[in-house]
Design a protein around this ligand. Structure first.
Ligand SMILES: *[C@@H]1O[C@H](CO)[C@@H](O)[C@H](O)[C@H]1NC(C)=O
Length: 187
C-alpha cells in the first residue's frame, strides 16, 4: 500500500464504553478520576498520555507488521454511543497488527474518533501539551485471550493505534483538509 501513516502506539487499557457510561473528559468524571471507578486506568499505561519530547528515548524495535489492512469491508456500521462515533466492520480477514513492541497478534475490533469544539483541541493524547483537532483510535485485542471481552480484563489485552491529525489550509483555495500529522509505512 502506498498510503503512509506514522502513529503513536498507545499501550493502554482502553476505557471500553461497555464498562460504563459515566466517564467523561472533565470535572468529576475526567481523566484524573478514572482510576477511582476503573482500576485499570490507574498508573502509567492509561490515556490520555502527554508525550514530552525531551523524555522520549530512541529504542530499536523489530518492524511493525500490518496484515489485511487493505481488505474492503463487507459491511460497515457507524454508531454514536454518546461519547464518540464508533465504526465496526465485517471483513473476510480481520486486520491484524503485530511486531514492533507487540508480543502477540492483535486483531481489529473497532475504530473511533476524538475531536473537539474547535481546531485547537480535541485529541485525547497530547504531544508537549499540544492538542490536535482530531485523533483516530484503532482498537485491537490480543487474539491469545480468545475474545475482546476476555482481553479487556488484562493489562496487555488491548493495543490502540492512534493517529493524530492536523489541519492544513491549502494556500490558494482555502480548502481545509485533514492530514495525518505523522507519517510511516503500512506494510
Ligand atoms: C506540560 O505541562 C506541564 C504541567 O503544566 C509542565 O510541567 C510541562 O513542562 C509542560 N511541557 C511542555 C513540553 O511544555
Amino acid at each position: 500500500m502506498d498510503s503512509k501513516y506514522e502513529f503513536v502506539l498507545v499501550f493502554s487499557t482502553l476505557l471500553y464504553a461497555g464498562h460504563g457510561q459515566d466517564f467523561g473528559y472533565d470535572g468529576n468524571n475526567g481523566p484524573n478520576h478514572w482510576g477511582e471507578k476503573y482500576q485499570h486506568c490507574v498508573g502509567k499505561h492509561q490515556s490520555p498520555i502527554n508525550i514530552e519530547e525531551h523524555n522520549v528515548r530512541q529504542v530499536q524495535l523489530p518492524s511493525m507488521v500490518f496484515q489485511n489492512f487493505n481488505q474492503t469491508p463487507k459491511a460497515f456500521a457507524l454508531k454514536n454511543n454518546g461519547h464518540t462515533v464508533i465504526t465496526t466492520m465485517e471483513t473476510d480477514k480481520k486486520p491484524v497488527v503485530t511486531g514492533g513492541p507487540l508480543a502477540s497478534d492483535y486483531e481489529f475490533v473497532q475504530l473511533h474518533f476524538h475531536w473537539g469544539a474547535n481546531d485547537d483541541e480535541g485529541s485525547e493524547n497530547t504531544i508537549n501539551n499540544n492538542s490536535f483537532p482530531l485523533e483516530l483510535h484503532m482498537v485491537f485485542y490480543d487474539k491469545d485471550y480468545g475474545s475482546f471481552e476476555e482481553a479487556i480484563e488484562h493489562p496487555d489485552g488491548l493495543t490502540v493505534l492512534s493517529i493524530l491529525f492536523s489541519i492544513e489550509r491549502a494556500a490558494r483555495t482555502w480548502v481545509v483538509c485533514l492530514k495525518p500529522t505523522y507519517t510511516g509505512r503500512e506494510e
